[in-house]
Design a protein around this ligand. Structure first.
Ligand code: MEV
Length: 425
């Protein structure tokens, strides 16, 4: 199996799907899910949320060329923004010159919080809870028989004391749960609600909120890549110039939160689109990523880019990634299930590692464009293509119409229509 499918872009849509199904060995049911508009029946959607009136479609593309920890990966991405899929694919292709992406992840440890208030004696409550951790973990595990059977369950209790808050002295109990291949929100929330009465009786306080934390900093994923400078050469730019431009672009984000926010947004363009395609909670990942970016004093870029002693460009990305391959919509949504089959991931950790690699590739695509010709040229070509298609250009006319509009610097639907008319007549 390979993720290198040259000329994939030029294939008619049905043949693209055929090529994909063959490469990934998709089952007939998974393949069908790609053909169903929106990948979901209205009757299925009706059971997922309330007051359903339709299905909102997003384009689903596939990023090619990804090699992650030596494995070829085809990456499904659901997103409305042009350039994202192309950018990820192109950077993954360049990264192959350095062996692709290496990636790793923490065990799938989620943090749940119980807020204890009205404590007669905060330090004494903390001490009593510390002394009964084993009992608390057992009570949590009893609420999670399925998770325990799969080898997961409650692992640790941590305490955080806030002696002075607007709500009075507050003790926050963290319950750390290994949620295996699930994102884990449901399991953790169930366990928290189960242990809350016990915490009340031990502490003498009142358990108020009992909810998962999205700052999943015990469930980090990371990815790295190393590109020989020569692989970065393009147009009139030498590889060294592109490399240095990328490192300078990163330095901007490292010192300025206004830039870091946009830098991180570019990373999340890649990660979110894979999360959406796989039925995962992308808002949770967004919250975790930005909270983590702000967790060490100031708001920082999630990635780092530098030049090594051999002059190669090195990059790494690290962030919390709470994503699952079971539970939620991951298996209930037919297209999400098919996208997971396409990825061929066997565990939530493997998915998190691919997500980190995609985020790093996306970041590289943005920085490379910004550090050279700017991002508008690439966007303009894509806009021109959309106008050419809307103006009725036949498949073999599209590139000519696009090239002419870009050369003229006049990218408008009316101009595309004129050019199509000229070609047809
Ligand atoms: C646009 O969606 C994302 C970028 O702004 C990211 C960045 O500036 O690094 C291009």
């Amino acid at each position: 199996m390979t993720s290198r499918l040259p000329a994939f872009y030029n294939l008619p849509l049905e043949q693209r799907l055929e090529a994909l199904a063959q490469q990934a060995g998709l089952s007939a049911a998974d393949r069908q899910a790609f053909e169903l508009p929106g990948g979901l029946e209205l009757s299925q959607a009706d059971h997922m949320i309330e007051n359903v009136v339709g299905i909102f479609g997003l384009p689903l593309g596939v990023a090619l060329n990804f090699l992650v920890n030596g494995r070829e990966v085809l990456v499904p991405m659901a997103i409305e923004e042009p350039s994202v899929v192309a950018g990820a694919s192109y950077m993954a292709k360049l990264a192959r010159a350095g062996g692709g992406f290496t990636a790793g992840s923490d065990p799938p440890m989620m943090i749940g919080q119980v807020q204890l208030l009205d404590l007669p004696d905060l330090p004494a409550a903390a001490e009593r809870i510390q002394a009964r951790v084993r009992e608390i973990l057992e009570a949590a595990d009893q609420a999670l028989p399925g998770m325990v059977e799969l080898g997961g369950g409650a692992r640790e209790v941590e305490l955080r004391s806030f002696p002075e808050t607007p709500a009075g002295p507050m003790l926050v109990v963290h319950l750390l749960c290994d949620t295996r291949d699930a994102m884990g929100a449901n399991s953790v929330n169930t366990a928290l609600e189960a242990i809350a009465p016990l915490l009340e009786s031990i502490s003498g306080g009142r358990a108020h909120l009992r909810i998962l934390s999205n700052l999943a900093d015990r469930r980090l994923a990371w990815a790295g890549c190393r590109l020989p400078a020569a692989a970065l050469a393009y147009s009139d730019f030498s590889g060294e110039a592109v490399r240095d431009g990328i490192v300078e672009a990163w330095a901007f984000a490292a010192v300025d939160p206004y830039r870091a926010a946009t830098h991180n947004k570019g990373i999340m363009n890649g990660i979110d689109s894979v999360l959406i395609a796989t039925g995962n909670d992308w808002r949770a990942a967004e919250a975790g990523a930005h909270a983590y970016a702000a967790s060490q004093g100031g708001y920082r870029p999630l990635s780092r880019w530098w030049s090594d002693e051999q002059g190669a460009l090195c990059g790494e990305l690290r962030l919390p990634l709470a994503a699952g391959i079971v539970g939620g919509a991951t298996q209930a949504h037919p297209l999400a299930r098919a996208c997971l089959a396409l990825l061929g991931v066997k565990s939530a950790r493997e998915l998190a590692e691919i997500l980190a690699a995609v985020g790093l590739a996306q970041n590289l695509a943005a920085l490379r464009a910004l550090a050279t010709e700017g991002i508008q040229r690439g966007h303009m070509i894509l806009h021109a293509r959309q106008f050419a298609i809307s103006a009725g250009a036949a498949p073999d006319e599209i590139e000519g119409v696009v090239r002419q509009m870009v050369a003229e610097g006049e990218i408008r639907l009316e101009r595309a229509a004129e050019l199509v008319r000229q070609r047809k007549g």
